[in-house]
Design a protein around this ligand. Structure first.
Ligand SMILES: Cc1cc2nc3c(=O)[nH]c(=O)nc-3n(C[C@H](O)[C@H](O)[C@H](O)COP(=O)(O)OP(=O)(O)OC[C@H]3O[C@@H](n4cnc5c(N)ncnc54)[C@H](O)[C@@H]3O)c2cc1C
Length: 517
């Protein structure tokens, strides 16, 4: 058994190992000669008051204690093993495939998009030519929405063991081991593609298969059991188990399930705008004026307010980040955010979104599974029209928005396709704008300086989570009506980010294995 001790230091002392150890030894009442080994187990920033401090948890092993390292990923050779189909190569699908390999099952992954490298060209087309490839974009392709995401690996999942396993696999496949230590781990968009590629290579090396440009277009069900799938409308394949991990943007999958009478349900989600400030301003607010401290990372923030009966909150804040065009169709616009591992862009962006339930919506009728998705689509299309029917997004300075004035100029934006000045109050539904206006004023009271006309709103932030869930049995994880169908990850409503999607992929394979026993 190792022992743990907590210490708190000033940020500039973080590279002084002797200082850290002396402090930790004193606190643990140990001498250096008692110790065989040590490491920093957790690291977090405490910016609640000045001066900002680093909290460290130090783990020691005494001379007579064994430090046991368990290999995080132990593959089996599965080329001749029982096959399972995994639809979608996002975090949920990839982790399901890796788990299948550990469990002795052969994963066959079908992904509608391209491999990470080929996908990059399609992202350039969106950014530079305003062209959206509906099969290959920021949401579709190898690694799913996770590949060109920000790679923040925090999750609200409370099962520490599962979270640690998901993080350890990231490290095993090439991520910086610091993600196991940091309270708010972050990989960065520049590092993710290589890690995703290494995961795919491991799947293939163990005998699994990964097929790109392979879109699921039909599912065959007989006597309430899955019996097969169709790929690209042409290839019919027999499978008894399908893990359906197609993400929140695969609207065609929701329409397919509904058409086939496979139950889906409307689900609460969140929608709003993406706000961009200068990172220096956010650093100054969060670090009590200490904005150019070289020992502190670019600061983030988390804000939440209850306004007129609905939650309004910050979502996926990206310090040092870039606003990305995340549409999956030509006739819509969608924003999200990413940042490189160094978070060294001069901008700080975050979604500011309103939590919306099916019953809140004007077109609500009970049992309509598409009420939230239709609302999401309307907002995305209205923004596309308002900004000129390209990948430009409608934009407004923050105070101009609150005071309902079209902005006459803008500071430089990180959103590459471009922005168009509009009054967002005329473009977004009143349900959203009335609450967003109040929220920005209140956020400004919580974070002095946040409410500023130097901040620019980009609309819409609309793909925060799935507007539909695919109901499953909580014990078997199979669809409530169709055996052998495992709705998985964010698109099915069981995850809200990279780590929770990855964990859900693992859980679905474990459910298949348990069923077979
Ligand atoms: C720009 C951006 C930044 C983000 N930043 C973060 C972050 O910092 N931290 C975080 O936790 N989350 C972040 N997210 C969200 C995160 O990426 C998702 O929560 C996560 O990827 C969901 O995983 P998933 O596997 O369930 O679905 P997805 O990642 O959406 O993967 C689904 C896959 O299924 C494929 N697919 C869809 N339909 C079909 C079909 N019919 N046949 C075959 N394949 C199909 C898609 O092409 C896709 O590859 C970000 C997302 C974006 C877009």
């Amino acid at each position: 058994m190792s022992r743990l001790v907590q210490i708190s230091i000033l940020p500039h002392k973080q590279e002084d190992q002797n200082y850290i150890l002396d402090l930790a030894f004193e606190k643990a009442r140990l001498r250096r000669s008692d110790i065989k080994d040590w490491r920093i187990r957790k690291r977090s920033i405490d910016a609640r008051r000045a001066p900002v401090k680093l909290n460290l948890q130090i783990e020691f092993w005494l001379k007579d204690e064994a430090r046991v390292e368990i290999p995080p990923f132990v593959p089996k050779e599965v080329s001749e093993a029982r096959e399972i189909a995994i639809i979608g190569a996002g975090p949920a699908g990839l982790y399901a495939a890796l788990r299948a390999i550990e469990a002795g099952l052969k994963p066959i992954v079908f992904e509608r998009g391209k491999d990470v490298r080929a996908r990059r060209r399609d992202l350039a087309l969106i950014n530079k030519e305003q062209i959206v490839n509906p099969e290959s974009n920021y949401c579709f392709g190898e690694g799913g929405a996770g590949t060109y995401s920000d790679g923040k690996l925090y999750t609200r999942s409370k099962k520490r063991g599962n979270v640690l396993k998901a993080l350890e696999w990231f490290v095993h496949f090439g991520a910086d081991p610091d993600i196991l230590v940091d309270a708010h781990p972050h990989i960065g968009t520049n590092k993710l593609p290589k890690i995703i590629t290494t995961m795919r290579e491991a799947i293939i090396e163990a005998g699994g298969e990964v097929h790109f440009n392979s879109k699921l277009t039909d599912i065959q069900v007989k006597a309430k059991r899955v019996v097969g799938i169709t790929i690209n409308d042409s290839e019919h394949l027999k499978f008894d188990e399908i893990i359906l991990a197609t993400g929140h943007s695969a609207r065609d999958i929701f329409y397919l399930l509904h058409k086939k009478d496979i139950k889906i349900e409307a689900k609460p989600f969140a929608i709003g705008v993406r706000v961009e400030h200068q990172q220096e301003l956010i650093d100054s607010i969060q670090y009590h004026g200490d904005s150019d401290n070289p020992y502190l990372p670019p600061a983030s923030y988390a804000l939440v307010e209850q306004i007129d009966g609905m939650g309004v909150y910050s979502f996926c804040m990206c310090p040092g980040g870039i606003i990305a065009p995340c549409a999956t169709e030509q006739h819509e616009v969608v924003t999200n955010g990413w940042s490189p591992s160094k978070r060294n862009n001069p901008y700080a962006n975050s979604g500011i979104v309103v939590s919306v339930a099916p019953e809140d919506l004007p077109n609500y009728t009970p049992n309509d599974p598409f009420v939230c998705l239709d609302f999401q689509k309307q907002v995305e299309q209205a923004c596309w029209e308002a900004a000129g029917k390209t990948q430009h997004v409608p934009a407004q300075r923050m105070i101009d928005f609150v005071e309902k004035r079209v902005s006459s100029s803008f500071p430089k934006t990180s959103y590459q396709p471009g922005i168009t000045a509009v009054d967002l109050n005329q473009v977004l539904p009143p349900l959203l704008v009335d609450r967003l206006r109040k929220a920005f004023v209140r956020f400004g009271r919580k974070m002095k300086g946040y409410y500023t006309n130097e901040a620019v709103l980009h609309a819409p932030e609309s793909r925060t989570s799935s507007p539909i869930s695919i109901p499953r049995n909580p014990n078997t994880l199979e669809h409530v009506e169709v055996q052998g169908l495992y709705p998985c990850g964010e698109g099915a409503g069981y995850a809200g980010g990279i780590i929770s999607a990855a964990i859900d992929g693992i859980n679905c394979v474990d459910a298949i294995v348990t069923k077979a026993i």
